[in-house]
Design a protein around this ligand. Structure first.
Ligand SMILES: Nc1ncnc2c1ncn2[C@@H]1O[C@H](COP(=O)(O)OP(=O)(O)OP(=O)(O)O)[C@@H](O)[C@H]1O
Ligand SMILES: [Mg+2]
Length: 365
């Protein structure tokens, strides 16, 4: 399987100056032909990782491999990698043809071949026949596609996309998400996509890397990360969550909000302090008697598909609920949920410890 790994980072760190560590011991392996997303807040190091892959920056320590070859010292233009930048970085004085052809002209490809390849690339991004349009006459979504055509024309093995959709309005952005994903599948190339929008990451990716402060917090499929966040940061960053402190009394028994509940997690010490996550869509509004937790409804917003309720329990913990039914502001209601809705997170567990525990625990059950 080793030759299916297209990019490998081994303990990569990056300092721009001697004080600030921008990347801390980042290691990963990316498989050929998959759609990866780097997700995290502003300043967490996403662009830095892309720049190191592209060859615009060198790691301070650690090794980078592309196709199994050590590339720390290989310059950007000798790598089979192309980047689509956030602002597209198109040349405004060149028309569509000039922009898409740029890389081939630098490589001194024959003009007749350039014509053919530009036409093919434009067809690929649904802009057939747009060669003679000026960039200034194109919409945001069309410019985006020109930038992608320019990136794919060299037939790179890896395409890096740094927040390429952030300048678009919501509707166009959603359309482009579908388009990009579909394009990646047609091309069969490895895409590494950067965003700080969790919904975008969940919708598009084969695998997500959640980053914070230069450390990979968790990596996995969208479903894995959504269903089993490793810590508060990930749970909070990926979708809306209710997070409260609790105690794992023993396997399958957890205490929080002053009560003991059955759950499906285990593999921790008895009486270990943990964090509990319950997603808002996993909570149902019931009568106060039927509910597992009693709360007061504080606010209610209609969100189209569901109502979003903010409620409080007697200890002042907030419980966000997505409910198909309306409730009354100020009403005392109960919250019901299944044991499967309770997700337990250990405090300060690393990704390796998390994976090992889940594996050991799942084998046991
Ligand atoms: N050339 C540079 N010199 C010094 N510091 C830098 C340089 N480039 C980035 N940094 C710092 O490194 C950290 C990570 O930056 P990076 O651009 O990788 O973040 P990001 O995750 O892409 O953020 P954003 O979502 O805002 O684009 C930030 O604190 C940033 O200020
Ligand atoms: Mg960035």
């Amino acid at each position: 399987m080793a030759n299916d790994i297209i990019i490998r980072f081994d303990n990569v760190t990056k300092f721009y100056d001697s004080q600030t560590k921008v990347l801390q011991d980042v290691s990963f392996e990316l498989e050929r032909g998959k759609f990866y997303t780097l997700l995290g807040p502003s300043g967490c190091g996403k662009t830095t990782i892309l720049r190191i892959i592209a060859g615009f920056e060198k790691p301070t320590t650690g090794n980078v491999y592309i196709n199994g070859k050590y590339v720390n010292d290989v310059p950007a233009n000798d790598r089979q990698v192309n980047t689509v930048f956030q602002d597209y970085a198109l040349f405004p004085h060149l028309n569509v043809f000039g922009n898409v052809a740029f890389g081939l002209r630098i490589k001194k490809v024959k003009e007749s071949e350039i014509k053919f390849r530009v036409a093919e690339a434009l067809k690929f991004v649904n802009l057939p026949g747009y060669e003679n349009r000026e960039i200034t006459e194109m919409s945001g979504g069309q410019r985006q596609r020109v930038a992608i055509a320019r990136a794919i024309i060299n037939d790179p093995e890896v395409i890096l996309l740094d927040e390429p959709l952030s300048a678009l309005d919501l509707k166009l952005r959603t359309e482009m998400q579908y388009e990009l994903r579909e394009l990646q599948q047609r091309l069969g190339k490895t895409f590494i996509f950067v965003t700080h929008d969790q919904e975008e990451a969940l919708a598009m990716s084969d695998e997500i890397f959640v980053l914070n402060e230069g450390i990979i917090q968790q990596s996995g499929t969208p479903v894995d990360i959504y269903d089993e966040p490793i810590n508060r940061f990930v749970a909070d960053f990926i979708g809306e969550s209710n997070i409260v402190e609790g105690v794992m009394l023993e396997d399958y028994k957890v205490k929080f909000a002053g009560k003991v509940f059955d759950c499906v997690d285990g593999g921790m010490k008895n009486n270990e302090k943990i964090d509990v996550v319950i997603r808002p869509e996993d909570l149902q509004i019931t009568s106060p008697e039927a509910g597992k937790i009693g709360v007061t409804v504080d606010t209610q917003l209609f969100r189209g598909v569901h109502y979003e309720l903010s409620t409080y329990d007697k200890d002042g913990n907030e419980w966000l609920v997505h409910s198909l039914k309306k409730a009354e502001v100020g009403a005392q209601v109960g919250l019901d949920f299944d044991p499967e809705a309770i997700h337990i997170m250990r405090l300060n567990e690393t990704e390796e410890e998390f994976d090992a525990r889940i594996e050991a625990y799942t084998n046991e059950v």
